[in-house]
Design a protein around this ligand. Structure first.
Ligand code: JA8
Length: 242
């Protein structure tokens, strides 16, 4: 997978080259290219924003700069892109979105700042490529860069070969529509708290049931919306207690 990120703060995306993603890049599983939006300005001040039509606070990012940048970046690789624009008003980015993005050949991220990017940029490219405006949560950041770090990590970990143990991705939170239950490791007793006995029983059936019950219990308590959204056939008779 090829990932391009256009931003006025390329340094903010440096962590994409660290650890898990660094190893994935070294292994050729992911190719990350960072592009400074200001490279496509033509004035001495490298202006990327302007006052909003209709008045109001803040500044809006100029369509001309974004158009020149995205034309150049998209043309720099033959793989067809999905353009992803993090935005507070975007559709929610979920594990299902991450799974869908993990099947893409190429993701091009446009990192907005200020009050966002002139809407005509998204409208223009939506006529040529799939374009998603996505939000990573119901809060407002200062820019899209932090959202790109989150999205890229959630997607990259699903790519074959990126995680040491592929079962991790298959069994983590949200993979079966539920939150993950509690996890334990040695020592058996820590500060007077013992590891639940069933986990030391060696009875794999009982362990699987216990883990399912803890996941259902936690999901019912913390995210009842996820439980309500589960398709009927995803809950078996033993699950009905939740
Ligand atoms: N939750 C989010 N907040 C923001 C703010 C800006 Br400015 C750009 C993108 C995003 S995504």
């Amino acid at each position: 997978m090829r990932i391009d990120v256009v931003t006025i703060f390329p340094g903010y995306l440096a962590p994409l080259r660290e650890s898990l993603l660094g190893r994935a890049a070294d292994a050729g599983l992911i190719e990350v290219a960072l592009h400074d939006l200001r490279s496509w300005t033509h004035d001495v001040h490298q202006t990327v924003d302007d006052a909003p039509y209709g008045g109001g606070p803040g500044m809006v990012m100029r369509p001309q700069v974004w158009g020149e940048a995205l034309d150049a970046v998209i043309a720099s690789d033959s793989r067809p892109p999905r353009l992803v624009v993090p935005a507070p008003a975007g559709r929610s980015f979920t594990q299902a979105t991450a799974r869908a993005y993990a099947t893409e050949q190429r993701l091009v991220f446009a990192c907005g700042r200020y009050e966002g990017i002139d809407q005509r940029v998204v409208d223009h490219y939506s006529r040529q490529f799939p374009v998603d405006e996505v939000s990573i949560g119901d809060y407002v950041l200062v820019g899209g860069e932090a959202a790109v770090l989150v999205i890229v990590e959630a997607v990259a970990r699903l790519l074959p070969g990126v995680l040491g143990n592929p079962r991790s991705a298959a069994e983590d939170s949200f993979s079966d529509g539920l939150l993950e239950g509690p996890a334990y490791t040695r020592p058996e007793v820590w500060r007077g708290q013992a590891v639940p006995e069933v986990l030391r029983s060696g009875n794999h059936g009982a362990i699987a049931r216990w883990r399912r019950d803890r996941a259902l219990e936690r999901t019912a308590k913390r995210r009842p919306d996820l439980l309500a959204a589960l398709p009927e056939d995803r809950l078996d008779a033993a699950d009905q207690a939740f």
